[in-house]
Design a protein around this ligand. Sequence first.
Ligand code: RIB
Ligand code: CA
Length: 314
Amino acid sequence: MTTPIIIDCDPGHDDAVALLLAVSSPAVELLAVTTCFGNCSVEDATRNAIQILTLAGATDIPVAAGAAGPLNGATALGNYVHGVSGLDGPPMPDPGFEPQSGDAVSLLSRTLRASAEPVTLVVTGPMTNVGRLLRDTPELTERIREVIFMGGSTERGNHTPTAEFNTYADPEALDIVLASGVPVRMVGLNLTHQALATQDVVDRMAAMTHEIGKVCAGWMGFFGSSYHRVWDFDAPPVHDPCTIAALIDPGSITWCPAFLAVELDGTWTRGTTIVDLHQRYPDQAPNAQIAMTLDAERYWSLVLDALESLGRQS
Ligand code: RIB
Ligand code: CA
């Protein structure tokens, strides 16, 4: 069965690998890509997304630019991790096509209405575009199979001591999605910190005899240097492709139902995800599925096989 998806992203090195994984797999049909501020400005994220799809030979997938900032509050950017361009490291091909003239919410809405079946929304950046879509057109809820997002954590944060970057960047948008009733799966740092691009993984990318392998190895090099400088990691956690792996190879991740909320007002805790894995809040029933364990060997075999396959085609 092929799952129709839209990826809403802020590429971003790990978003880039997620896009390549989705393009390569017959298990998902990538209907559209929408972009958001986050790792970099939305302008840079949009250019990066088009360059990534050009690299993959997927120049027929519509791309539309979305939010330049959150629904409320200041705009947080992750250039300190992803570099000035948002995708620093290896040179990229020139963009092979233009973005849509309309914005991300227009493309999301149009694509949902045109699909013969409900569409899975994969969000790997701040939730702003999808939050705006559900706030302004709640009737589209029934056209969404689920929202699976990389963000939050059952444990610590990365942008603040308690908040992961994507949920920190726009907590109100996530709050809207949680209140909408759309099925939600959260792929948080507790899961993605199991997806480390170790030296063996990077060496296998570098050994590929095509441009996609070399570019991905270069991305891991830059991403890894940032993760070492900022968080003293020996290998970078490649967060975003975990959302796609969940769709392509469901057995690679285990899940737990839980009550999920996001802090909006905390002076020190804004953007923190509250995950009640043990029903401690008796009047708060589980409203999300939380990713808990990753079969890392299975994940990297999936990703590396996809890159090899895509590299041979394009
Ligand atoms: O905290 C990690 C998340 O923030 C990833 O999606 C990364 O690409 C950034 O968007
Ligand atoms: Ca991202």
